[in-house]
Design a protein around this ligand. Structure first.
Ligand code: SAH
Length: 388
């Protein structure tokens, strides 16, 4: 049981949000230090147990509504609960996001499972200090081949955490083959972006596969070709993919060979805005375009500039569609809420003077659950549009 105590006065509107900000704290007891577990009271009522970080604006990250310790047993229990949900919602899958941070009730802990290889990202000091517990818990639940940490990202800075990457346990493989709804992909956790693969779009990829038959497909921001290859396997006539990263294009090409669709796929390394402008200048058209840009809005203050970026790239894509063409447009910016995204798409459609029907909406898959009291944990949104 945490013995140190943090007292807060929280506005009603903050509910039981899992982040306690420094300006909510009124007093501490027992001199809590960096990474200590604490009990949090809001005017004498127990809000829950959390991890303390005096160096962060997020002063406490709550992991439970009870008074309980963040020990190996709790981490293992959380992993087992998360695993049970993944198994039920993703039958037959072995590769998925096992832990999605606050949503799986271990704040700041992300784990992607690639078979028996695990890639950990920690966004909180408390979990960073408890890496050994995480590895021990994983080894209780799985026959672990390796665990690496991929902690060389910007969001560690506000927590006062150093950027680093390396092996926590076992012998990692440089290139792992994973499977997602029967499609195979090479993943390079150490050299790739983030943990190496973006599991969050698995539902969107399935939809793209279903819609691609007989279509000329363009996959923009294609990374290692996950959408492109799904389109090819779904019977696309041809697939052109564009991404700024040459390293990603190399893996994407290998992925197309791995799935027997290399003859249909062409991976280009280019800036998406330039590439789409040039394709339009050359009069090229595509029957299905997938747009999966990086987060253009990383913070509230970037919202206007980011909205303009989304509008511009969507309008560029819309111009390349013949009548009946389909646009699968995604955003991974939390701050681009559903209505903002709709407004942006309406504006882009107006820019190009075309009308669209909404066929479907897309969002993050079941291995990225959303915590009810924490809207930040919902970040992936998309629309599937068909032009008249
Ligand atoms: N669709 C991919 C994930 C895309 S992540 C998948 O499902 O796996 C965003 C990608 O955009 C990254 O691969 C990054 O290299 C690329 N990127 C970022 N800025 C870009 C730009 N201006 N032009 C083209 N690609 C860009």
């Amino acid at each position: 049981m945490p013995v140190k105590v943090v007292h807060v006065v929280r506005k009603k509107s903050r509910g039981q949000h899992a982040w306690v900000f420094s300006n909510e704290v009124t007093e501490t007891e027992g001199n809590p230090g960096p990474g200590d577990t604490v009990q949090v009271f809001d005017r004498k009522r127990l809000l829950g147990s959390g991890i303390y970080n005096p160096h962060s604006l997020i002063r406490v990250r709550l992991y439970s509504e009870q008074n309980e310790e963040l020990d190996a047993a709790l981490i293992q229990r959380r992993i087992e609960t998360a695993l049970a949900y993944r198994k039920a919602s993703l039958p037959g899958e072995n590769d998925f996001r096992l832990m999605f941070s606050e949503s799986d009730r271990v704040p700041g802990l992300v784990i992607d499972k690639y078979g028996n290889h695990f890639v950990v990202q920690t966004y909180s000091l408390g979990l960073d200090m408890r890496h050994e517990l995480v590895v021990a818990a994983l080894r209780e639940v799985f026959d672990v081949a390796s665990v690496i940490e991929k902690n060389d990202f910007r969001l560690r800075d506000p927590e006062g955490l150093p950027r680093r990457a390396g092996v926590l346990f076992g012998t990692p493989e440089p290139r792992i083959v994973i499977s997602e709804t029967g499609v195979k992909f090479y993943v390079d956790p150490a050299g790739g972006q983030k943990t190496g693969y973006y599991f969050d779009h698995r539902l969107t990829r399935r939809k793209v596969r279903q819609l691609s038959a007989g279509r000329k497909v363009l996959d923009v921001f294609s990374y290692t070709g996950s959408f492109a290859i799904n389109a090819a396997l779904g019977g696309a006539e041809s697939v052109v993919a564009v991404d700024a990263s040459a390293a990603a294009a190399t893996i994407a090409t290998d992925n197309s060979v791995l799935n027997g669709v290399a003859d249909k796929c062409e991976f280009a390394t280019d800036n998406a805005f330039t590439a789409l402008t040039e394709l339009d200048a050359r009069g090229r058209q595509f029957d299905l375009i997938n747009l999966d840009p990086p987060a253009f809005i990383k913070a509230q203050k970037d919202k206007d500039a980011g909205m303009r970026g989304y509008r511009q790239i969507n309008a560029l894509a819309m111009k390349l569609l013949p009548p009946g063409g389909i646009l699968v447009s995604s955003s991974c910016s939390h701050y681009l809420f559903w209505q903002d995204m709709l407004d942006m798409l309406v504006a882009a459609a107006q820019d190009v003077g075309r009308e669209f029907t909404i066929l479907d909406r897309t969002t993050q898959g079941p291995d990225h659950p959303v915590l009810l009291s924490m809207p930040e944990s919902e970040y992936l949104r998309g629309f599937i549009l068909q032009v008249s």
